[in-house]
Design a protein. Structure first.
Length: 119
């Protein structure tokens, strides 16, 4: 009976999980609204200036800007590196705060050709 209960708990868990493989097919703008960080609200409550920075960046870029982890960085996603670089430059030029910061474009989880898979 305990094996059945464990199976049922596992089945319940996996039935409520997002279909991660489907997320890989989404554009950046489709993916951004699906990303959730439970620490955003408490971090913004504790540091309203972080919320203001997030809102300013979001308005400037006209797309969602999210917080990573407990607030070490803010980010958004683009489908191409040139678009991301343009956005990073726009942020550097137009956002001025009284502490050191930077805006950079990076390639996140680049697609790797699997040479072990046959076509």
């Amino acid at each position: 009976k305990s094996a059945d209960a464990n199976y049922n708990r596992a089945a319940d868990y996996w039935s409520t999980q997002p279909l991660w493989h489907e997320w890989t097919q989404l554009s950046a703008l489709q993916l951004l609204p699906l990303l959730v960080n439970d620490l955003e609200r408490p971090a913004y409550d504790m540091h309203p200036e972080l919320r203001r920075l997030q809102q300013q960046a979001q308005e400037l870029l006209e797309r969602p800007v999210r917080m990573s982890g407990s607030g070490s960085s803010l980010f958004t996603l683009y489908d191409t590196l040139p678009d991301a670089a343009e956005a990073a430059e726009k942020l550097r030029e137009r956002i001025h705060i009284d502490r050191p910061w930077d805006s950079i474009a990076v390639t996140l989880a680049p697609r790797i050709d699997d040479d072990l898979v046959s076509d």
